[in-house]
Design a protein around this ligand. Structure first.
Ligand code: SF4
Ligand code: ZN
Length: 419
């Protein structure tokens, strides 16, 4: 039985025209996530018997229970079932939440996974928008756009603090499992990379090209996810790219990729390097999980995750960095990347690799601690993790430099990062 949903049953206008729209601070009725409250989004496959198609439950307070300007924790959990549904498709459906929710007038959505950020505007609330409508949107649009791969879908929207705090670690476990599926694959081992142009509605010249060792900068798509997405939707945003001739193996530059990017960026980007932050790095859009920046005095690189709101040694906070480089241009010295990418072997390999990393927020270090330690062993510096400064050691280049000298950080004796 196939369900055909043609209308989106919500009280506000809906469509791509509203995608880029912002909800300003003063217009916010309800805000969730964005580093202010715990938040996560998770799409998971379930048994046919567990899913009642179209059911949307709000577990915890909804709009009517809170005052204008409120904040709530939030977990958006979608269960999908069907004979053709596979675990591999979960990340693809999940990544759609971003633009699908954004299509609603007066609703702003940024990010994904456990860094998603929702703002529901006062005007939308006046028209009758409630949290339940997020579920209605997902149910209707999933059927419209992905009806071929599943039969039934139900949505649970948790705002109950205790429940959200239970859901977040479960979601993080699922993200980790997905991320690690790509472990073991190398860029050299495949002739095909994949494009992602999902973010062009926000950053029209931005094209992610995703290789096994460089996951999408939003953290939500790796090479396998793009491959699955192409199988589901052969004319969609994830196209296979034949790498073609290798123009620079160290910096990660391929003729086939450049040709694709040139066309897909509407002739605005003719070449970029996968493995460099210094020389024509990849373009960045506003979804990036992290932004790395060169710290010339330290002869190294810092990186900051979206959920860290403090100052960084680049002199900018994450939001300023994102505002500066997130428009889809090549910005030498800066690059957006996923959290997982830091511990992938090709991370800024063209500039000296992980050994260049001199600063990162403590929370980020703790989050990837296990993998960072493993990579430290691999590069022959088992205590490397302790050589990376955090905000506890300082937030200016001077402070960081002093720390690096004290711990004997390898970046200080490497060749000049700026060449
Ligand atoms: Fe795709 Fe890149 Fe946007 Fe992620 S950030 S959805 S990989 S274009
Ligand atoms: Zn984006």
């Amino acid at each position: 039985l196939k369900v055909a949903v043609t209308e989106i049953p919500i009280p506000v206008s809906y469509g791509p025209a509203f995608e880029g729209e912002r909800v300003r601070k003063d217009d916010v009725y309800l805000e969730c996530g964005g580093g202010k409250t715990p938040c996560c989004e998770l799409v998971q496959i379930a048994d046919m018997s567990e899913v009642e198609d179209g059911r949307v439950e709000v577990i915890g307070p909804d709009i009517k229970d809170v005052k204008p300007g409120s904040r709530l924790p939030l977990a958006v959990v979608v269960q999908v079932a069907g004979r053709k549904m596979q675990e591999d498709y979960e990340p693809i459906l999940e990544r759609q939440i971003h633009h699908l929710v954004n299509y609603a007038q007066g609703i702003m959505h940024i990010g994904q996974r456990d860094i998603a950020w929702y703002r529901i505007g006062k005007q939308a609330v006046e028209k009758g928008f409630t949290l339940e409508h997020i579920g209605k949107i997902l149910h209707a649009k999933y059927h419209q756009d992905f009806g071929a791969i599943f039969d039934k879908c139900q949505v649970k929207i948790y705002t109950d603090e205790k429940k959200v705090n239970e859901m977040v670690p479960l979601a993080q476990k699922a993200y980790k499992t997905r991320d690690e599926r790509i472990e073991g694959m190398t860029d050299e081992g495949t002739e095909t990379y994949y494009s992602c142009t999902l973010c062009q509605s926000f950053a029209p010249t931005h094209v992610c090209v995703i290789s096994p060792e460089r996951t999408g900068l939003c953290g939500a798509y790796n090479w396998l996810d793009c491959k699955a997405s192409f199988e589901i939707n052969p004319t969609g945003p994830n196209q296979p790219i034949q790498k073609g001739d290798t123009l620079d193996a160290k910096l990660g530059n391929w003729k086939g990729v450049n040709d694709f990017v040139y066309k897909a960026s509407r002739q605005s980007v003719s070449s970029y390097n996968f493995y460099s932050i210094v020389y024509d790095p990849m373009t960045t859009c506003g979804c990036c999980e992290c932004i790395a920046a060169v710290l010339p005095m330290c002869n190294g690189v810092m990186t900051v995750n979206r959920d860290y709101t403090g100052m960084t040694p680049s002199g900018m906070k994450f939001t300023t960095l994102a505002g500066t480089i997130g428009g889809g241009n090549v910005t030498p010295g800066f690059v957006g990347h996923s959290k997982y990418n830091v511990t992938q072997r090709k991370f800024i390999a063209g500039d000296g690799g992980l050994k260049r990393l001199v600063w990162m927020p403590k929370m980020f270090k703790d989050e990837i601690r296990e993998r960072l330690m493993k990579r430290g062993e691999e590069i022959g510096i088992p205590n490397f993790i302790d050589m990376i400064a955090t905000e506890e050691n300082g937030t200016t280049e001077d402070e960081i430099y002093a720390f690096l000298e004290k711990v004997g950080h390898p970046a200080l004796t490497m060749e000049s990062i700026l060449g």
